[in-house]
Ligand binder design. Structure first.
Ligand code: ADP
Ligand code: MG
Length: 239
């Protein structure tokens, strides 16, 4: 579903991705870990075309992002992204926030949109909050609405960038459980997280990034038995 082949990305003269190769298979959960500044967010943002790559090849859902003329609109319908900041519209209810993109982008009717909102809000455990406004919801609930908003576009792949980092610890669990349930349901996803226990339990593939490269990758076991001093140190600090 995603293939990075020696992908490079620079901002000005600073090379942030220095030749990344990585594959994400359908139905798999890939977790990116690594220190702040190692290039995790940049790698995610390349996948849905928020950043353009400077070298190598990047194929997402069959689209060659390294070639000119990529249909970014179509790509972003297939690839959802959820950020640390949920950015819900404060003047719209949870259901209206969820319905917005399907109505505007896919031009579906109001009845169908309401039904869809009901469905995806139920998927994140918020069936009873459809009419609530963001300010009436906890941070964890707002983040779950943001996940529902992404699900409403029926993406083939969802990217999560530190979606629990802004939440109080007691609200983190409910969001992680939603992601875990999506994973069990077969959703393909790539996520960046600092929650190491969660990373180990949910990951089919764990990728340790260091200085803009894939330093170590494998199953969750790489955390138990790191092969490099850099990952050993990261695990030592992180657990
Ligand atoms: P991570 O998510 O692992 O913390 P990032 O991908 O956000 O790392 O950033 C990697 C490096 O790229 C950092 O040094 C960061 O300062 C730099 N960077 C990220 N985005 C930009 C940008 N838009 N312009 C310039 N530098 C950037
Ligand atoms: Mg980041």
């Amino acid at each position: 579903m995603v293939r990075f082949e020696d992908v490079r990305k620079a901002f000005g003269t600073v090379e942030v991705l220095r030749g990344i190769s990585l594959e994400v298979h359908r139905g798999d959960v890939t977790v990116l870990i690594g220190r702040s500044g190692s290039g995790k967010s940049t790698a995610l943002r390349c996948i849905n075309g928020l950043e353009t790559i400077n070298g190598g090849r990047l194929t997402v859902c069959g689209r060659k992002l390294h070639e000119p003329g990529v249909d970014l609109r179509a790509l972003r319908q297939e690839v959802g992204i959820v950020f640390q900041s949920y950015n819900l519209f404060p003047h719209l209810t949870a259901a209206q926030n969820v319905m917005l993109a399907p109505r505007k982008v896919k031009r579906i009717g109001i009845r169908e949109a309401r039904e869809l909102a009901r469905e995806v809000l139920a998927q994140v455990g918020l069936a009873d909050k459809a009419e609530a406004y963001p300010e009436q919801l906890s941070g964890g609930q707002q983040q779950r609405v943001a996940i529902a908003r992404s699900l409403a576009m029926h993406p083939r792949l969802i990217l999560f960038d530190e979606v629990t980092s802004a939440l109080d610890p007691e609200l983190t669990g409910e969001v992680l459980r939603v992601i875990e349930r999506l994973a069990q349901g077969g959703m393909t996803m790539v996520l960046v997280t600092h929650e190491m226990g969660f990373a180990r339990s949910v990951a089919d593939q764990l990728v340790f990034m260091h200085q803009g490269t894939v330093w170590e990758a494998g199953s969750g076991d790489i955390l138990r038995d790191p092969q490099t001093p850099e990952l050993r140190q990261f695990v030592g600090n992180g657990l």
